[in-house]
Write a protein that binds this ligand. Structure first.
Ligand code: DX5
Ligand code: ZN
Length: 218
């Protein structure tokens, strides 16, 4: 068992000061970047130009979460730009196996995300081609929502598939992770915890990262 990973989500940061907001969480493992297109989800955020600027502004590996339609076409640009991990949604990808191969060929880790209502079972074979599984614990689209504990069964299934050698994945969770919820997610076997409001609404975001990591490690 290794150290839990914390990935602050800049969705809850000040978008006019992204370089400083990244520097404020320099102890983070990954910086989670929520890309939304107002079609796959009912919200619009940032895209490739901002990601390219962020890559120049921080040394923290970028974990790009693409909540967009047609990721088969658009995800590759994030990998080519230098994002560390590029996660697409299973519900949006037409050919998730080919997409993972393309992302890896471009030098990125490939991630697959499942919305709260999407089961893992139909995707087990697809996940053999992926490096990370992002379990959504809120409906994607907005920060600051309430944690949906029923998705923890999905995290437990993923953990079991990894521990039995069927899959090799970082199990990541996203949505409503804070001091009250991170321990149950850690118990379910999650490796990497995305936290937006719990980090950036704190007075000291760097300290919030350290505290969450310590809690997840218990
Ligand atoms: C939601 C995003 C999350 C969001 C999490 O669609 O994918 O990454 O930033 O925010 P919190 O941690 O506030 O739920
Ligand atoms: Zn996200």
């Amino acid at each position: 068992v290794h150290q839990p990973m914390i990935a602050p989500s800049i969705l809850s940061a000040d978008f006019a000061r992204l370089a400083e907001e990244a520097a404020a969480v320099s102890g983070a493992d990954w910086l989670h970047v929520d890309v939304m297109d107002a079609h796959f989800v009912p919200n619009l955020t940032i895209g490739l130009p901002v990601v390219k600027s962020l890559l120049r502004a921080t040394d923290i590996p970028l974990d790009c979460h693409l909540m967009i339609e047609d990721p088969d076409r658009w995800a590759i640009g994030y990998a080519e730009a230098g994002a560390y991990n590029v996660t697409v949604h299973a519900e949006a990808a037409a050919d998730p196996v080919q997409l993972a191969k393309n992302l890896r060929a471009a030098g990125a880790k490939a991630g697959l995300s499942l919305k709260p209502g999407t089961p893992i079972e139909p995707y087990v074979d697809v996940l053999k081609h992926y490096d990370t599984l992002l379990v959504m614990s809120v409906e994607p689209g907005f920060g600051g929502q309430k944690f949906m504990a029923d998705v923890l069964d999905k995290a437990r299934t993923a953990r079991r598939l990894v521990d039995t050698g069927h899959l090799r994945l970082v199990v990541e969770i996203d949505g409503g992770i804070n001091a009250d919820t991170i321990e149950q997610a850690a118990e379910a076997g999650v490796d990497c915890f995305v936290a937006g409001s719990a980090v950036y609404d704190a007075t000291d975001p760097g300290q919030a990262v350290a505290r969450l990591r310590a809690q997840a490690a218990q």
